[in-house]
Write a protein that binds this ligand. Structure first.
Ligand SMILES: NC(=O)c1ccc[n+]([C@@H]2O[C@H](COP(=O)([O-])OP(=O)(O)OC[C@H]3O[C@@H](n4cnc5c(N)ncnc54)[C@H](O)[C@@H]3O)[C@@H](O)[C@H]2O)c1
Length: 284
């Protein structure tokens, strides 16, 4: 594979694009509007600058990688990709629409992957006329840094598709783990309890979010649940929680918290809007 297309130039799509470009792939990064693409372009610059500062990349490697990413708001520019990774919003209908269109447009051999955190790969695949070529490639945030990637086999995914996807993930220098097509796969199913119990502690007035984060970090976690939710995006986290809850037939232990809902309504989405549980504005 030489050319990768990424759909959705948000937090995850940008990181996946950069990861692929750093591994030498040509990348086409698509989003619905130019504004999102300009934001992604700036994020790539910020991410590579940090890597250069930390001695992980040279200036030349950073520039070469950035030059390998071509942004576009034209869906038909994805036509020549050998692997498409969809990282648009966590909504089944949106993903199905995209996969239906992709199935009509890309070459017969092209792999169609979704970065969904929780939705059924088989349900997404059912919308395209080539469900055998659909799989989940679930990267973690920040995607250009985190090593783990869940590779999820849908009901009809072939062995050849799984094998080629694993080769791509290894080429990125990442660690693949095979997961079954169940709600939240492995990591997000475990993580629901990490966030859910933290919300219940906060909602019951037992501890503040700062205290909970501090205690978790003192016990070896790299980030506390509230810091992590701010990084992920409160809206993305709510959508994933809601989706896992519904797919497990409203299992109470996965129920979203009202506080999450209120924060999304108030546009307190975390780092991406400048405020979530913590304040990220320049003056803070
Ligand atoms: N944020 C995380 O930590 C994380 C981690 C793993 C997986 N995911 C999954 O990755 C996907 C993207 O999440 P994100 O955090 O990057 O979201 P985001 O909100 O940062 O970005 C989503 C992007 O998709 C674009 N988009 C929306 N509809 C589109 C369409 N029809 N076609 C093309 N682009 C479209 C938006 O304009 C936006 O730029 C979701 O499925 C999410 O569950 C997120």
């Amino acid at each position: 594979m030489k050319t990768i297309a990424v759909i959705g130039a948000g937090t995850m799509g940008t990181g996946i694009a950069l990861s692929s470009a750093l591994a030498g792939y040509e990348v086409v990064l698509y989003d619905i509007a130019d504004g999102f693409l300009q934001r992604a372009y700036r994020s790539v610059g910020t991410m590579t600058d940090k890597m250069v500062e930390r001695g992980k990349l040279t200036h030349k490697e950073a520039n070469d990688a950035a030059l390998r990413i071509r942004t576009t708001a034209h869906f038909d520019h994805l036509k020549t990709a050998e692997l498409v990774i969809e990282a648009a919003i966590e909504k089944l209908e949106t993903k199905q629409e995209l996969f239906a269109k992709l199935g009509e447009m890309v070459g017969e051999e092209c792999l169609l992957a979704t970065n969904t955190s929780s939705l059924s790969i088989s349900a997404i695949a059912s919308a395209t006329r080539r469900p055998q070529r659909v799989l989940g490639l679930h990267f973690f945030n920040p995607a250009h840094v985190m090593k783990l990637v869940e590779i999820v086999r849908g009901h009809e995914t072939t062995d050849d598709v799984m094998y080629r996807a694993e080769g791509y993930i290894k080429q990125l220098g990442k660690t693949p783990v095979l997961a079954k097509d169940t709600p939240g796969f492995i990591v997000n199913r475990v993580a629901r309890n990490f966030y859910g119990e933290a919300f219940r502690l906060l909602g019951d007035g037992i501890a503040t979010h700062e205290q909970i984060d501090r205690i978790m970090k003192a016990n070896g976690f790299a980030m506390g649940p509230f810091e992590l939710m701010d990084l992920i995006g409160i809206d993305v986290n709510l959508a994933v929680t809601q989706s896992v809850y519904d797919q497990f037939f409203q299992e109470p232990r996965f129920r979203p918290h009202l506080l999450q809902q209120k924060m999304v309504e108030a546009n307190l989405l975390g780092k991406k809007t400048g405020r979530g549980f913590y304040d990220y504005s320049p003056k803070a």
